[in-house]
Design a protein around this ligand. Structure first.
Ligand SMILES: NC(=O)c1ccc[n+]([C@@H]2O[C@H](COP(=O)([O-])OP(=O)(O)OC[C@H]3O[C@@H](n4cnc5c(N)ncnc54)[C@H](OP(=O)(O)O)[C@@H]3O)[C@@H](O)[C@H]2O)c1
Length: 301
């Protein structure tokens, strides 16, 4: 891939995130191949991806589809949820991926190791995305947030490859930057997300009620998460995290909470249990996180 060419992009899991990126990249002139199950692949082949976005406009973009990666690509974006990751990766045989970059957009901190166990270490380039985007039907994407920001990382990935991909993504729409420290990038997102997701889902309350009615727990959980982040080698600023929660609209809900309300599987292992595992590895006490994860499990999640 060079700066002059438009990379060919596969998108594994064309949902809220994958569908938005596939639509934007196709609109920008990239060849885009969405990898999905038969039903979703057929729907996308027939009608393309329809994006509704205040930031990027409303548009329909044609994409190719397949149930498995069979053609050479420059990049494969991975945008399934953690609960579907193992099964979905069967659609991307390592030989078909070759030396294409594999760029997961999942929340959490453990999936890069899962990918590196299956694929070449020097092609796994984790991304963090800040956006709110929802797949309302196969190929129908509603991008609700007035922002879409991507941090690209990848310990062991050539910097010029990350820069070229950041150029391509940035030209298609989302503000994209390359960050030098993968652990710091992943934990920055985790430190913000874990307290928000665990508390809003446990109490089935929007952020506004969590930060007033469960303030002590929120503060304790933010401090626990920051301690685990620091022990994992990433900086953390609990006071800043609290200030960010306070600045968000009171009606803010987490995607874990929306999944719980809709009866979908939660990314509890990737966000809650992963936090507990990291804490155990580093000997950091996390009593509030431990109780919240246990209560969510006891509630059937
Ligand atoms: N949505 C957001 O605003 C947002 C923001 C930041 C981070 N994230 C993170 O991004 C990741 C993706 O979330 P999302 O909201 O985009 O999820 P999503 O809307 O549920 O999309 C997931 C997609 O994966 C597909 N899929 C499931 N199993 C598959 C398989 N075996 N093979 C191929 N495709 C499969 C689904 O297909 P069907 O369409 O056929 O069901 C769906 O299109 C999560 O880790 C989430 O935490 C999301």
């Amino acid at each position: 891939m060079t700066h002059d060419e438009k990379p060919t992009v596969a998108v594994l899991g064309p949902g809220g995130i994958g569908g938005l990126l596939a639509g934007l990249l196709s609109r920008a002139g990239h060849r885009v191949i969405c990898l999905a199950g038969d039903g979703t692949a057929a729907a996308l082949r027939a009608s393309g991806i329809r994006v509704r976005s205040g930031l990027f406009g409303d548009f329909t973009a044609a994409v190719e589809t397949d149930t498995e990666l069979r053609v050479p690509v420059d990049v494969c974006l991975v945008a399934v949820k953690q609960t579907a990751l193992e099964a979905a990766l069967d659609r991307v045989p390592p030989a078909a991926l070759g030396d294409a970059l594999l760029v997961p957009f999942l929340n959490g901190v453990e999936h890069p190791a899962t990918l590196r166990a299956r694929y070449r270490e020097d092609v796994v380039a984790p991304a963090v995305i800040r956006v709110e985007s929802t797949r309302v039907a196969p190929g129908e994407i509603v991008h609700g947030s007035p922002f879409a920001e991507i941090d690209l990382t990848g310990d062991g990935v050539a910097k010029e490859r990350l820069e070229a991909l950041a150029d391509a993504l940035g030209s298609a729409g989302p503000t994209t930057r390359v960050l030098p420290d993968e652990t710091a990038a992943l934990w920055a997102k985790m430190s913000f997300l874990a307290p928000l997701a665990l508390l809003t889902t446990r109490y089935a309350l929007p952020l506004g009620d969590v930060r007033t009615r469960h303030r002590e727990e929120l503060t304790a959980l933010v401090e626990e998460t920051a301690a685990v982040s620091r022990a994992s080698g990433a900086p953390a600023d609990p006071a800043q995290a609290l200030a960010r929660y306070d600045a968000f609209p009171a009606t803010t809900r987490s995607s874990m909470q929306r999944d719980a309300e809709a009866g979908r599987p939660l990314e509890l292992d990737a966000i809650g249990d992963a936090l507990l595992r990291a804490a155990a590895r580093h000997g950091v006490p996390v009593p509030v996180a431990t109780r919240l994860v246990r209560e969510l499990r006891n509630a059937g999640h």
